[in-house]
Design a protein. Structure first.
Lengths: 206, 206
DNA sequence: TCGGACATGTAAGATGTTACATGATTCG
DNA sequence: CGAATCATGTAACATCTTACATGTCCGA
């Protein structure tokens, strides 16, 4: 897949490895991620296979960079990929959800502060998605790229709402766990835990 | 991560590799995926490292199976994982979205049928998520597992809605490409000549 | 002159995919 | 009897992560 993403961007015009790294971090962060090490090695591999070509470019006042262009074989590969069935869609892998899924039980487990941090990170992601305009591409006449960003924004908003509900729920059912640790078993819901605004969770035991 | 998911399920009780494979395919398909080959090799690795133990179990009338149980070291590893910060959340990787992102431009590109197939697959996924009740786990007193499924359902619903809009949009702006070409196109600033339309685009009705 | 952005790489190891392989039991 | 489901594996390969490594240029 990374191959195709790199070829996809190179179809817009010549790009350096660094350019592509920045594009992945910004323009397409909502559907893919790669470390720079992987980007550079993948570019070299694509070049060895003749899908792209590179030349060194020493711009005045700038460090030397290696600029890649799409070769004919690369354009063909991209075409082939685009003709592939769109199905067999990405099996989702969400480590944060996995953590929540298996967070259960622990008596004094401090899941809540973690969830709040997660929510805040997701809010940042949403702001970032809203702030940065899509980079317009001539090869995207139907505005598919901005539309995928709109989708990503909607997913972020949904995620934040879900986290809100989850946090509210845990606050009401588990507030006492944060004050008195070390108790396990049937902890039934106390009628009045605290106000809707809980104090910050400190570690009571030493 | 797969390590932790397997340990997480083994914390509920003894399970065979096959059990875990089924759990991944059903119970946790909404946040993770693994092939059986990876599951079996990972279990062997976890056993070599002393995190889990296994014994062969030849049930009458059934093929022999190898049943794993969580060892003390495994329980510790799970605890450590649960204490890790929840952040640095899964960098999203969505191949379908990548395909749509880079689908642009091609004059007679048949994206629409593919999108319809994708939507239908997502609808199946949603039905599946609704149909199958969450497997109740004693180690999940706060119902976090069903709640992550509820989240996954909401994401599916959102995805389907987005695909609906996208399809509608492409139908209206690109209808003339599929029909006889008589319709005037509006909206886009793209002066598209209706010239280079190939007759058939792949669906082999003879 | 120091830190941050620019810019590019290598290497080891972990993780994940695809293909190959085997064999039992159950149901129609 | 054949297909589906149960059940477990190996091997080759591709992909991805983490750490190490090296420099330049620009502004404060």
């Amino acid at each position: 897949m990374l191959d195709m993403i790199l070829l996809g961007y190179l179809a817009d015009g010549p790009r350096s490895g660094y350019d592509l790294k920045l594009l992945l971090e910004t323009d397409s962060a909502h559907f893919w991620h790669a470390h720079h090490s992987q980007i550079y090695t993948t570019l070299r591999r694509l070049e060895r296979r003749g899908l792209i070509r590179s030349r060194k470019q020493a711009a005045r006042g700038l460090q030397e960079r290696r600029v890649y262009t799409l070769a004919a074989a690369g354009r063909d590969a991209l075409e082939t990929w685009r003709d592939l069935p769109l199905l067999a869609a990405a099996p989702p892998k969400d480590t944060a959800l996995a953590r929540i899924f298996f967070a259960g039980s622990q008596p004094a487990r401090d899941l809540l502060p973690e969830l709040r941090r997660l929510r805040s990170a997701r809010r940042d992601r949403l702001t970032e998605l809203k702030r940065r305009p899509s980079i317009p591409a001539p090869s995207d006449p139907d505005d598919l790229r901005p539309l995928t960003r709109a989708y990503a924004r909607a997913v972020e908003a949904l995620t934040i709402r879900w986290l809100d509900e989850l946090i509210a729920r845990l606050e009401s059912t588990g507030a006492r766990l944060e004050s008195t640790g070390a108790r396990r078993g049937q902890t039934k819901t106390k009628p009045r835990p605290t106000a809707t605004r809980p104090k910050r969770a400190g570690q009571g035991r030493s």
